[in-house]
Design a protein around this ligand. Structure first.
Ligand SMILES: [Zn+2]
Ligand SMILES: [Zn+2]
Ligand SMILES: [Zn+2]
Length: 213
C-alpha cells in the first residue's frame, strides 16, 4: 500500500524522493527483485533479437542490391532470408511473453517505482545505463549516437542500448562473434549469477527506480 508520506511526495512533485522511499521499502529477498532481474534479462533478449534483425536486414538488402553475386553470396542471401523469418517469429513470441511478465509485476513499492520510471520516455538514457553501455563496448562509448534515436525508420526496433547483436558495434568491432563468444558474454553479465549480484542490483536500481547506488 502507498504510504501517506509517499503520496505527499508525489503531490509535491518530488518523484525522485518517492523513488528513494520505495527503494527503502524493499526488503533484501523481496520476490519483486527477482521479477525485476527477469524483466531486465527479457528486455535484453528482445533488444538482441531486434538488433540482429535490423543488422541482417541491412546486410541482406545490400547484397541484393549488388550485381553479379557469387555462388557463396547467393547462398548467404538464402541463409539470411531464413534467419530473418526465424528472428521475426521469435521476436513476436518473446514480445508477448515480455508483456505478460511485465503485467505480472507483484504489487508493492517496486511496481510503483517501475511504473513511474517507465513513464519517463527518456528513462533508458540515464547516466548509469549509458555508462554501462559504453563499458560493454556499446555505441554510448562512441559519437554515433545509436542508442539515443530510433534504430530503424519504422521505429519497430526496441529503444535502448546496444547488445552483442548491435550492427553498428559489429561494424566497429570488425569481426563476427562465434556462438561460444556469445555464451561467454551472456554469462559475464548474467543478472541471475551470484558473482554478478552487485552489478545486477545496480542495474535494477537504474532500470526500475532511475537511481544510482
Ligand atoms: Zn552499438
Ligand atoms: Zn552506433
Ligand atoms: Zn548505449
Amino acid at each position: 500500500m502507498t504510504s501517506k508520506f509517499e503520496n505527499l511526495l508525489i503531490k509535491l512533485g518530488k518523484q525522485r524522493w518517492a523513488q528513494h522511499l520505495r527503494r527503502t521499502q524493499l526488503s533484501a529477498n523481496d520476490t519483486s527483485t527477482a521479477w525485476a532481474k527477469d524483466i531486465i534479462t527479457m528486455d535484453t533478449r528482445l533488444r538482441e533479437l531486434s538488433q540482429r534483425l535490423l543488422y541482417i536486414r541491412e546486410e541482406h538488402k545490400a547484397l541484393l542490391e549488388s550485381d553479379d553475386l557469387e555462388a557463396e553470396e547467393q547462398l548467404q542471401v538464402i541463409q539470411w532470408q531464413t534467419e530473418l523469418e526465424d528472428l521475426a517469429r521469435r521476436y513476436w513470441h518473446l514480445e508477448r511473453e515480455f508483456y505478460r511478465r511485465e503485467a505480472s509485476c507483484p504489487e508493492g513499492p517496486l511496481r510503483r517505482a517501475y511504473v513511474t520510471w517507465k513513464g519517463n520516455p527518456e528513462w533508458y538514457m540515464s547516466r548509469y545505463l549509458r555508462d554501462d553501455c559504453a563499458g560493454r563496448g556499446g555505441c554510448c562509448g562512441r559519437a554515433c549516437g545509436c542508442c539515443g534515436r530510433p534504430r530503424d525508420a519504422e521505429g519497430r526496433v526496441r529503444l535502448g542500448h546496444c547488445t552483442i547483436e548491435c550492427g553498428c558495434c559489429r561494424r566497429v568491432r570488425g569481426f563476427d562473434l562465434t556462438a561460444e563468444d556469445k555464451v561467454r558474454y551472456q554469462k559475464l553479465f548474467d543478472c541471475g549469477l551470484k558473482e554478478n549480484e552487485v552489478l545486477s542490483d545496480a542495474m535494477v536500481l537504474a532500470y526500475v527506480f532511475g537511481l544510482e547506488g
